[in-house]
Design a protein around this ligand. Structure first.
Ligand code: URA
Ligand code: CA
Length: 435
């Protein structure tokens, strides 16, 4: 058994850890054999000296195997998954998963809860009356095999090594380290069992990667490392310089997803969802290229099949599927209020992370994982980058409840939305596709 100090010494001087050494490190971390300061020292050595592609693949695989690896082979057909690096008004899963199921691929999705300023898919789903996000594995497999889709909570046994590493990264300034981000995200996706995985790497004022260059680098590295693990990966780099959809909140985002699947709402959220799905259908062999994949999804949407699949999923998970056809059955805010623009001008910049914090102040998100949230709370953005507004025109509608800190939310929103005198160009929506 090699000692942790030997591993630390090697990485400190930029050495390449062998597969056995990485295995020993990951197993030791998972079993709690090392002190936090030793694990933290390794994280810092990796941050400073980096890792080769081979080391990153080994780290990813070992982290994936540090807990349960879900075996989806009882489910027939191609099993697919997607992952977003996180953003505001980012409800692509609720639009895309039903459309994918309608196109004949299987989505056995394990999601996380939201923390910080981005809402989690689980919190959004639970805002639908009755929906449960826990299911035992046998039923999960059966439901996905028969119906094509289910979204449930991640088990504690999914890549447990990542939980330890992530908590230490958070407090040692080693979150934004390429091999650590890549292994963290990919290990959880690999352990979830899908054959085809598409990544939505966000860039901009509401994203982990604020510049396009950094986001492209992350996307390329994840696709490269992901493909080396034997699964099929692709990635999109997409804009997060403003909320992707107009609705920010839990029931609110469910409503927007339903509006898209009903054909009532167009826009960037729909477009990114279809582009992600197009890559999934291409990699699954359901479409010869992304263009054909896009058309299959778009036709399924037009025929109402995505909406039908969403209703089926809600019903299978114990929820009231009537809410899918009648969004007035979703939780509603106690009170709504418009936020008037303080002046006339062009929307020149949106600090998207602050829009997320405003939604959180209204009760839509949580600081700590045990904090309560209000499913109905949040906001609706009334402006997009480049729009011209008159003084007094609404910038956003606030949806308030008993948890709302409304004055704080208003201040955040006014700081988040910058107005200028000159017209500005609308941002590009998709910066790159890594096939
Ligand atoms: N999301 C993760 O799961 N891990 C990271 O390291 C960054 C984002
Ligand atoms: Ca509506």
């Amino acid at each position: 058994m090699m000692s942790i100090t030997e591993l630390l010494y090697k990485k400190r001087f930029g050495g390449e850890l062998t597969s056995e050494e990485i295995r020993a490190f990951v197993q030791g971390v998972t079993k709690g054999e090392f002190a936090d300061y030793q694990v933290s020292a390794m994280l810092m050595a990796i941050a400073i000296n980096g890792m080769s592609a081979r080391e990153t693949v080994d780290l990813t695989m070992e982290m994936a195997q540090s807990g349960d690896m879900l075996d989806l082979s009882p489910i027939s057909g191609v099993k697919v998954d997607k992952h977003s690096t996180g953003g505001v008004g980012d409800t692509t899963s609720l639009v895309l998963v039903p459309l994918l199921a309608a196109c004949g691929v299987k989505v056995a999705k394990m999601s996380g809860r939201g923390l910080g300023f981005t809402g989690g898919t689980l919190d959004k789903l639970e805002s639908i009356p009755g929906v449960s996000i826990s299911m035992d594995t046998d039923r999960f497999m059966k439901v996905v095999d028969e119906s094509g889709l289910a979204i449930i909570g991640q088990t504690a046994q999914l890549a447990p090594c990542d939980k330890v590493l992530y908590a230490l990264r958070d407090v040692t300034s080693t979150v934004d380290v390429m091999p650590l981000i890549v292994s963290s995200i990919l290990s959880k996706k690999l352990a979830s069992g899908a054959d085809v995985i598409v990544l939505d790497v966000k860039t901009g004022s509401g994203a982990m990667m604020t510049t396009v260059d950094k986001a492209m680098e992350l996307a390329k590295t994840m696709v490269d490392i992901g493909n080396r693990t034997g699964r099929r990966f692709a990635a999109l780099v997409t804009d997060m310089n403003q909320p992707l959809g107009r609705y920010v909140g839990n029931a609110l985002e469910v409503e927007e997803a339903i509006d898209i699947l009903s054909g009532r709402t167009q826009g960037e959220l729909k477009e990114v969802s279809l582009q992600l799905g197009a890559q999934i259908l291409r990699l699954s062999g359901k479409a010869k290229d992304a263009k054909e994949g896009y058309k299959l999804l778009s036709d399924a949407l037009d025929r109402g099949e995505g909406l039908k699949k969403l209703a089926e999923m809600v019903k299978n998970q114990g929820g009231d599927s009537r809410a899918v056809y009648d969004t007035s059955l979703l939780p509603k805010a106690d009170k709504t209020e418009e936020l008037p623009s303080p002046r006339a001008g062009f929307i020149s910049k949106i600090h998207t992370n602050m829009i997320g914090y405003a939604a959180k102040a209204l009760g839509a998100g949580r600081e700590k994982k045990e904090d309560p949230i209000d499913p109905a709370a949040g906001l609706i953005m009334r402006v997009r980058l480049g729009d011209f507004v008159e003084k007094g025109q609404s910038l956003a509608t606030l949806m308030e409840g008993s948890l709302s800190r409304t004055e704080e939310a208003k201040k955040l929103l006014l700081d988040a939305i910058e107005l200028g005198d000159a017209p500005v160009e609308k941002p590009q929506l998709i910066y790159g596709v890594i096939e």
